[in-house]
Design a protein around this ligand. Structure first.
Ligand code: FES
Length: 145
C-alpha cells in the first residue's frame, strides 16, 4: 500500500471511530447508565461514618461536615437512613434531634423539621441540608457536600 493511500485509509478509519464518541460527548441529553455513573455528582466519594450497630445502640451517629455538624438516623416515617445537617436554615443556629417528638427543633426561634429535613413549623422556610446515605455491609456511608 502506498503511503498516501495508507494515510487516507487511517484518516477515514480514525474519523469513523472518533465521530460517534464526539457526537455522544456533545449530547447533553444523554441519559445512559454510563453517563449517570460518570457524572461528577455521583462520583463524589462516600465516607464511612459509623456502623449499623452504633446506630442501633445510640439512635444516631454524629458526623462532622466541614465546620458543621450533621447526624445520621433512621427516619421514623419512612424507616430509611437519613443524614441531616444540623444548621438551621433560618439563621444558622444548631437544631437538636428530639427523639421523643421525632423532629429537629431549633432552640433559637423554635423552627421544627421532620427527620428528613422538611420544615414542619417556621420561621424557617427551607429544609435542612441532607446528604446521600448508603450502607455497605454493616458500615454506614454518607456523601458529604
Ligand atoms: S435560627 Fe432556627 S428558627 Fe431561627
Amino acid at each position: 500500500m502506498e503511503r498516501r493511500a495508507f494515510l487516507q485509509w487511517v484518516g477515514i478509519g480514525g474519523l469513523a471511530s472518533f465521530l460517534p464518541v464526539a457526537i455522544a460527548a456533545c449530547d447533553s441529553n444523554s441519559s445512559s447508565p454510563t453517563a449517570e455513573a460518570e457524572s461528577p455528582a455521583s462520583n463524589r466519594e462516600f465516607e464511612a461514618v459509623g456502623t449499623t450497630e452504633q446506630l442501633q445502640q445510640s439512635g444516631k451517629i454524629d458526623v462532622s461536615v466541614g465546620n458543621e455538624k450533621a447526624i445520621v438516623l433512621r427516619d421514623p416515617d419512612s424507616n430509611n437512613l437519613v443524614a441531616v445537617n444540623l444548621t438551621c436554615t433560618h439563621r444558622g443556629c444548631e437544631v437538636a434531634w428530639q427523639a421523643n417528638q421525632s423532629e429537629f427543633v431549633c432552640p433559637c426561634h423554635q423552627a421544627k423539621f421532620k427527620a428528613n429535613g422538611e420544615v414542619v413549623e417556621g420561621p424557617a422556610e427551607q429544609p435542612l441540608t441532607t446528604y446521600a446515605v448508603k450502607t455497605e455491609g454493616n458500615s454506614i456511608l454518607i456523601q458529604k457536600g
